[in-house]
Design a protein around this ligand. Structure first.
Ligand code: ADP
Length: 287
């Protein structure tokens, strides 16, 4: 794997004398899924703005695909880094959902038919095909959020930074969206950076976690290890996902609820096992 985004000793402040990021050094590899975690105000959005050249470090360096982006603007990175803002209203520019998604593509010299296909595919992937001709601002909050993802996806960037995109989605929409994005990461090798407060999403869809606390990087490692019960994650404003909590409780390392059920059956005595089979819960097939 090669490095897609690298921060080296990055410091940043919006205002003089009020540091927001302190000496951040980290690497996001090409094609990996990373969660960027931390309490409100810890610096997640700020760091991701530096990754896409919306702001620049006061000192230190950000490299994207091996190139120092100190003199870049976001447009210079359009094919490398896409971004979905936390506030969906900030990105709405078109009169219809179709136009909204086509907007970023129109500056690229793409044949009309290919543009049309890219737009429709992205809209369909986010479940918005019935709303193609709707005025974007009339959509619900969750739909606007998915529209932001569709617009970013249509540009087919190599890296996608997603800031709290599962807010406002119901459980099904959240899972559909994450499954789709995770599929792109695994099949098309897209790099995903998820800024999220949802620890289940972080656990399930990312292997690598970065945790910011008051502007400092306090954890850079495997997501699974972050939740192993040995780190002061409460102090960092995070909670253990339910599955990790159960793993710690039972001393196992299951990767899914089904796996946990299967493992726990092994730990039951024969009498308990037969009781659980009678109760219909063996292998997680609760009836
Ligand atoms: P997070 O994304 O983790 O919630 P942010 O990066 O949004 O954190 O904010 C980090 C710190 O920077 C906070 O103290 C916040 O108040 C401050 N901050 C964010 N944006 C601005 C801005 N445009 N001007 C001044 N301070 C800001």
């Amino acid at each position: 794997m090669s490095a897609m985004i690298e921060a080296k000793n990055v410091n940043f402040a919006y205002r003089r004398g009020v540091p927001v990021l302190n000496d951040i050094t980290c690497t996001v590899q090409d094609g990996e899924a990373v969660s960027l975690l931390g309490h409100n105000g810890s610096g997640k959005t700020t760091l991701s703005r530096l990754f896409m050249a919306l702001d620049h470090p006061r000192s230190g360096q950000v490299r994207v695909d091996g190139v120092d982006i100190a003199n870049f603007e976001p447009a210079d990175l359009a094919d490398k880094v896409g971004y979905v803002f936390q506030n969906p209203d900030l990105q709405l520019l078109g009169d219809t959902v179709y136009e909204e998604v086509a907007y970023g593509l129109e500056n690229r010299k793409i044949p009309k038919a290919a543009l049309d296909t890219q737009v429709r595919e992205a809209v369909e992937a986010m479940g918005l095909t019935p709303y193609l001709e709707k005025y974007p601002r009339s959509l619900s909050f969750g739909q606007k959020r998915r529209l932001g993802v569709a617009a970013a996806l249509a540009l087919q960037p190599r890296t996608l930074i997603l800031d709290e995109i599962t807010n406002g989605q119901d459980e099904q929409e959240k899972m559909d969206m994450m499954r789709y994005l995770s599929g792109l990461q695994q099949e098309k090798h897209m790099t995903l950076i998820l800024i999220t407060h949802d620890m289940e999403i972080a656990r399930k869809y990312t292997n690598h976690a970065l945790v910011l606390h008051d502007g400092s990087l306090v954890y850079d490692g495997k997501t699974q290890d972050l939740f192993d019960g040995k780190r002061p994650i409460g102090e960092w404003g995070l909670q253990q996902p339910v599955l990790s909590r159960l793993n710690a409780l039972f001393g196992v390392r299951a990767e899914s609820p089904e796996g946990l059920c299967a493992l726990l059956q092994c730990k039951l005595s024969p009498a308990e096992r037969s009781a659980s089979v009678n109760a219909g819960i063996e292998g997680g097939n609760r009836t």
